[in-house]
Design a protein around this ligand. Structure first.
Ligand code: NOJ
Length: 570
């Protein structure tokens, strides 16, 4: 049976603006990415997820799209895009793009037309315009708040110069939400999907996939953590049933990926998006919220298997992305300092505040990487995690760009710190980020300590985080078989600070605590550890190992199987 490639692919998330700059303007672009494709091949990933590179005023760095079928000149043009795609494919790398269907940019022609056409117009029906409350309409139509914590409605000035209607935006005011009850919206997105699939991309990562539809009467929200009128409406499933038909039109020649970024209250909700005729994949973001704690990790992993496996989908694991603090910093927090005000409590988990022990965080993040790659399913790796980069926490206020920081009145540290342009080489900024000599500084300032995290510094260094990732990805291909899609937990007597499981012939063990762990002989021989072992079979604190119980003859057939399986993938 032919298995779709995406079921167990490792996808590297490229945040284009910060990956590599090909034209020296201080902003990452398609040419920069193209020049680094060999790095990704050597790293050992199967494909890339490309953050939005469509024309955009960049109020939310590309997640505010003004034209869904164009390329922003900051990032390049179609010639460069096509060349990137061809070169990625020539190297065996898949390319998955971000699709943002919940909203567009306020510069989108439809929104501009809606502003000009005035209340009651057909043009306004493509968005969620409403009259305000109160005698003069000066109060917002309901009490909803944006994902950034502030009011979700903005009042417009009508063509006659008077204050007028309000429009809904669940993110920045520059990102008006579409009205998915209007047929023009779904027709436009059908065209967008086909446009990019026909251009040759391998799939879409659907941003805020649980959004799109809003409750038809837009009632006041009761203040619960999850606004159940704004998200996860039953009608949204129709969209995915329809998009599933679109991707199926390309089969069997092409197995297109369609992975939803889903943030919903329960696993039953999550599974409902993964029904046979809906999204083939949904990101499992729960681990992003878990602190360095074995019980919480285990609970989260079990929850994923219990909820997702019955749907037939594999699990799409995520340990970091462009919206959360880097793993080194999350796991290195020594004391959590809470948040106050109207912020969603999840922000305290994904972007925690508090003193950080960076070297401890580094050890833990390396251990977490081995755990991630041992799990059955697909994994998303956010750029820079393979370098063990910590979050840049001290970006000067005047350099900050993220609307999450501005709109929360600086309560939320925002996401700039995980988006600082990558360090490639050299001892000083821009650390090889811009190709050749650049007259411009990188769009976010890089700290001096980036010097020790460059690709150049880590490439040949056997003990570097980059070498660990390369090794782990190489070994993963060899020793894990896709049909071993379950794990069996192993108990270690008297140790509650250890998580260990068997997957096929491999045992993955993660030590969360400080006392070294003797690795039982029956687990097999040690194949890979996240930090060097100084005593035979003694796993040091806050680290992880893979052990193999394979006999040499079976090992050969496993490798052959895996290679054969890869050859059958398309
Ligand atoms: C989800 C994206 O991951 C995030 O970066 C963005 O701010 C929101 N969608 C709004 O588009």
């Amino acid at each position: 049976m032919t298995l779709p490639w995406w079921r167990d692919a490792v996808i590297y998330q490229v945040y284009l603006r910060s990956f590599a700059d090909g034209d020296g303007d201080g902003i990452g672009d398609l040419a920069g990415l193209r020049s680094r494709l060999d790095y990704l091949v050597e790293l050992g990933v199967d494909g890339i997820r490309l953050s939005p590179c469509y024309p955009s005023p960049q109020h939310d760095h590309g997640y505010d799209i003004a034209d869904h079928t164009g390329i922003d000149p900051d990032y390049g043009d179609f010639e460069e895009f096509d060349d990137l795609l061809a070169k990625a494919h020539a190297r065996g790398l898949k390319v998955v793009m971000d699709l943002v269907p919940n909203h567009c940019s306020s510069r989108h022609p439809w929104f501009q037309e809606a502003l000009a056409a005035g209340p009651g117009s057909v043009e306004r029906e493509r968005f969620l315009f409403r009259d305000g409350r109160g005698a003069d309409g000066s109060l917002p139509p309901n009490n909803w708040r944006t994902q950034f914590g502030d009011p979700a409605w903005t009042r417009v000035t009508e063509p006659d110069g008077c204050s007028g209607q309000w429009y809904l935006h669940m993110f920045d005011a520059g990102q008006p939400d579409f009205n998915w009850r209007h047929p023009d919206v779904s027709t436009m997105f059908d065209g967008i999907l086909r446009f990019w699939f026909d251009r040759g991309i391998d799939g879409f990562h659907v941003s805020t996939a649980h959004g799109l539809y809003k409750h038809s009467s837009l009632p006041d929200w009761n203040g619960d953590f999850f606004n159940s009128y704004a998200w996860n409406q039953p009608e949204v499933h129709e969209i995915y049933r329809h998009w599933r038909c679109i991707i199926d039109e390309y089969r069997p020649e092409r197995e297109l990926a369609l992975v939803g970024d889903l943030s919903v209250p329960t696993m039953i909700d999550l599974a409902s998006y993964l029904r046979q005729d809906e999204l083939p994949q949904g990101c499992y973001g729960d681990l992003l919220e878990q602190p360095w704690n074995p019980d919480q990790f285990r609970f989260s992993i079990d929850r994923a298997f219990a909820g997702i496996s019955p749907t037939g989908a594999t699990i799409t694991w995520v340990l970091a992305n462009h919206d959360v603090h880097r793993a080194v910093t999350r796991y290195g927090i020594i004391r959590h300092q809470g948040y106050h005000g109207s912020l969603d409590p999840v922000i305290g988990l994904i972007r925690p505040r508090g003193p950080v022990d960076v070297s401890l965080g580094e050890r833990r993040a390396r251990a977490a990487a081995l755990l991630l790659f041992a799990l059955p399913g697909s994994q998303y790796v956010y750029q820079g995690e393979e370098l063990g980069l910590p979050e840049v926490l001290d970006i000067p206020d005047e350099a900050r760009q993220d609307p999450a920081w501005f709109r929360s009145g600086a309560l939320d540290p925002g996401r700039d710190g995980c988006r600082v342009p990558l360090p490639w080489s050299g001892k000083e900024a821009d650390y090889g980020f811009s190709h050749g000599k650049s007259a411009f500084s990188p769009w976010l300032p890089q700290p001096e300590w980036f010097a020790k995290y460059t690709v150049e510094e880590q490439w040949e260094e056997e003990t570097s985080t980059l070498s660990l990732y390369r090794n782990a990805l190489r070994q993963r291909r060899k020793v894990f078989r896709p049909e071993n899609d379950r794990i069996t937990w192993l108990d270690v007597e008297g140790r509650h600070d250890v998580l260990a499981f068997r997957r096929g012939d491999v045992v993955c063990v993660v030590l969360f605590g400080d006392a070294p762990l003797f690795l039982p002989r029956e687990w097999g021989s040690v194949m890979l550890t996240s930090v060097p072992m100084t005593r035979d079979r003694w796993l040091p604190n806050n680290s992880a190992a893979w052990l193999w119980t394979h006999t040499p003859s079976r090992s050969t057939s496993a490798t052959r199987f895996r290679e054969g399986w890869n050859a059958r993938r398309q």
